[in-house]
Design a protein around this ligand. Structure first.
Ligand code: GLY
Length: 579
């Protein structure tokens, strides 16, 4: 068991106190409270550019790139690499994600850098030697690692739209890893947890302890192996990750631990530029991520359904509002489970799902006074974890970038590649576990999202941009597994239907329903006991729960054009940096 000594504890207590004092006041507590609308503090205002992420240092790296003349893509790449160092639970180079971009002239694009299954993958790969489905193989083993996409995604975004030299974007992350950075209390606590959980992986213990001793708040975390990997990426671009030394080290760890990824898998990985999903809501334009994200299609589907109701008259987070939003969620998540997967492998009826006609049909099935019924039949939904991260960037020209990327669970598979210093994802857990296996516990056996060689696993990540009358309105997105889509939906509704300012929209309490299990989950403090009673009387199974999501957002002030950065203070290290 690793234990810090008393002197280190005292020194670190003093250092962290000074660090906290220098950073200014901490965010307001999000403990349960009676008021529905809570503004923790005003948004951060800047005239030219803004970066908002889960970690203030990473936001500052992005802001400095904007100051140096980089555009929003450049800043997004630099922020993403920095988060791989300073926010190791979800920031990554060993995972994957999505980037949605709106150019200053209104055109939009999306970069898909979702992980994919290795060439040797198949639908039976999560069965043990007795042919029984194993959750450990599916989520906590070398087999759970998908071929990483992040470096290829950033390289593609840079090649297509970047402005500054690549080395300028990776350099700050190299420095942060090599020289280290001061640990906040939050990150030190998180690293302690991961080290205790993952003592079976020596390279992980090495990366996140100081010679086997747990780090304390205020100590400096240096990651020399990660710095060397980032340096290779800085010098050689995507080849620095997908070929040569890094690829060799990754493939060796796979062989050692019984994983499937080979150097060939790495060499073949390509990020894909895709056409974003587009929708409308009362004159607003919604730009979001297409499959393999389920987020964009489900978001547009739910907004189409809800456009047919006067939500504003119902009142924000009233029983009537929550009921109608819940019924839209129930239907969209049912379709998600049945139909959505990687569109390069499976035909996905995106046009129909996102059409106004289909939404009108769905509205016909909603009883305004009574909860619907989720029928499991023989399908259910797969496990997805809460641990992902989202960040938003807007530059001086109005280019907007919305990035959500992930290792799947917090710290992914927990496997640090020995000698390379980065964490591998466990994204294969987002594939369905076994063909035909469906249980009341939530396993799904439907075909579309089964593991196949080179298929991308279905995701809920929903990086999204809102516009109106040809002008950028807001950049939003969230972590939270299956709750992501509903978190993004509600922040979008708060802006578009309830005219909330961006920080108020982010802070407002959220709800979640995902078809199965048939539970309506509401963030603590979100509604009164009377509202809960009304919802129960309608037949909803209501659960009050902890925080949902973490939307690090930006809105454009419609009068001044200022960029308003709104970190989600549900995540304590979050920060907005503007200039
Ligand atoms: N692993 C979370 C997601 O992709 O939605």
């Amino acid at each position: 068991m690793v234990r810090p000594n008393l002197l280190r504890r005292l020194v670190c207590l003093v250092v962290v106190t000074l660090v906290v004092a220098c950073q200014g006041p901490q965010p307001a507590s999000l403990a349960p409270m009676a008021a529905e609308r809570v503004v923790s503090r005003p948004p951060i205002r800047a005239a030219a550019g803004m970066v908002v992420s889960a970690d203030m240092r990473a936001s500052q790296v992005g802001r400095d790139v904007l100051r140096a003349g980089g555009n929003a893509i450049d800043a997004a790449i630099a922020t993403g690499f920095a988060l791989a160092v300073t926010h190791p639970g979800a920031g990554n180079i060993g995972g994957g994600g999505f980037m949605v971009v709106r150019l200053p002239d209104g055109r939009a694009t999306a970069i898909d850098f979702r992980e994919k299954a290795p060439l040797a993958a198949n639908a039976d790969m999560f069965l043990d030697e007795n042919g029984t489905y194993s959750s450990t193989l599916h989520h906590n083993s070398h087999l759970a690692v998908g071929v990483p996409g992040t470096v290829a995604g950033f390289a593609k975004a840079h090649e297509r739209y970047g402005k500054l030299p690549w080395a300028r974007l990776v350099g700050p992350a190299v420095d942060l890893a090599a020289e280290g950075f001061v640990l906040t209390g939050n990150l030190a606590r998180s690293l302690r947890g991961v080290v205790q959980r993952l003592s079976r992986y020596p390279a992980t213990v090495d990366a996140f302890t100081r010679d086997g001793e747990e780090y304390l708040p205020g100590e400096v975390l240096r990651q020399p192996d990660l710095a060397r990997t980032l340096e290779r990426i800085m010098r050689e671009g995507r080849k620095g990750f997908y070929r040569g030394e890094t690829a060799r080290l990754l493939a060796a760890e796979m062989r050692r631990g019984g994983g499937l990824i080979t150097e060939e898998d790495l060499a073949r990985y390509e990020a894909i530029e895709r056409t974003p999903i587009r929708g409308t809501f009362r004159g607003y334009e919604i730009i979001s991520m297409p499959p393999p994200s389920s987020g964009g299609p489900a978001l547009v589907q739910m907004l189409n359904v809800l456009e047919g109701y006067d939500l504003r008259s119902m009142g924000h987070n009233s029983a009537a509002y929550i009921h109608h939003v819940t019924e839209a969620m129930r239907r969209a998540y049912r379709d998600r489970a049945l139909l959505l997967a990687d569109q390069d492998f499976v035909e996905v009826p995106v046009d129909r799902l996102t059409s106004k006609e289909y939404a009108a049909e769905l509205r016909q099935s909603i009883n305004p006074a009574m909860a619907g019924h989720s029928d499991p039949a023989d399908v259910s939904v797969p496990h997805e974890s809460d641990q992902t991260t989202h960040y938003s960037v807007v530059d001086a020209d109005g280019m907007a970038v919305s990035v959500t990327y992930t290792l799947e669970q917090g710290y992914g598979s927990g496997i640090v590649v020995p000698g390379a210093g980065f964490l591998l994802n466990n994204e294969m857990g987002d594939f369905n576990p076994q063909r035909g296996l469906t249980t009341s516990g939530g396993l799904i056996g439907t075909e579309p999202n089964l593991a196949r060689p080179e298929q991308r696993m279905l995701s809920s990540m929903t990086p999204t941009i809102l516009a109106r009358d040809g002008r950028l309105v807001a950049v939003i997105g969230s972590p939270g597994g299956r709750t992501i889509i509903n978190t993004v939906l509600q922040v979008a509704l708060n802006v578009m239907e309830f005219d909330m300012g961006i920080q108020e929209a982010v802070d407002a309490r959220r709800l979640h329903h995902q078809w199965l299990p048939d539970n309506l989950r509401i963030e603590a403090g979100g509604v009164s006991a009377e509202t809960v009673g009304q919802l129960r009387a309608m037949g909803h199974v209501v659960q009050v729960r902890g925080r949902q999501g973490s939307i690090h957002s930006i809105m454009i002030d419609p009068v001044t054009g200022d960029r308003l950065g709104a970190p989600d203070y549900r995540q304590s290290d979050a920060g907005a940096a503007g200039h």
